[in-house]
Ligand binder design. Structure first.
Ligand code: SF4
Ligand code: SF4
Length: 171
């Protein structure tokens, strides 16, 4: 149990660092949600939240179970959220505000970044290191305890370096 708590703590630190990165980047809202909504007659869109990814991608592992418990304590169970005008099968997707989970997201949701977003990182900031699948697996291994300490430190340093890079756009 102690190991699971330690894994979760490390996972949440990585999540915080990724949230800071994506918060500073501010790509999804400006470049995707707002224009997609406009194209959709000002109606809400689901963008990439097209499934209950927390349910289909999470591993049957006690650390994932622990993450889910803490998530539900903070944000409620998925079935607690019923939207009159849903746009996504994921119950955590508020049609007007997007994902309710400001923390305790599943690895797949936390890591995912679409092709257009990754192209933006490359062309605008010269960031070539965002590898969505690599980040997804690293986050899974942090939770399961399979990512060695040295690799964890390197993963955290990579996110910090990408975040610092956002201060220096290419053009
Ligand atoms: S990851 Fe891509 S598809 Fe998903 S919200 Fe961001 S820009 Fe849109
Ligand atoms: S949990 Fe959040 S990020 Fe993941 S699919 Fe649902 S709304 Fe999207």
């Amino acid at each position: 149990m102690q190991a699971i708590e330690a894994n979760l703590k490390r996972y949440l630190s990585a999540e915080q660092r990724l949230n800071e990165f994506f918060g500073k980047l501010n790509y999804c809202l400006s470049y995707c949600i707002v224009p997609e909504k406009r194209k959709n007659g000002d109606r809400p869109v689901a963008a990439c939240c097209q499934n209950k990814y927390y349910s289909i991608c999470d591993l049957p592992h006690p650390a994932f179970e622990r993450l889910r418990q803490e998530r539900e304590q903070r944000f409620g169970k998925p079935e607690d959220h019923v939207w009159p005008d849903p746009v996504s099968p994921c119950q955590y997707h508020d049609p007007h505000l997007g994902c309710l989970l400001t923390t305790h997201k599943s690895p797949i949701c936390l890591a995912f970044f679409c092709r257009q977003g990754i192209d933006h990182l490359r062309s605008r900031y010269g960031i070539y290191t965002y590898d969505y699948l690599g980040f997804y697996y690293a986050l899974e291994w942090i939770l399961t305890g399979d990512l060695p300490e040295q690799e964890y430190e390197s993963f955290m340093a990579d996110i910090a370096a990408m975040t610092a890079r956002l201060q220096q756009p290419c053009a």
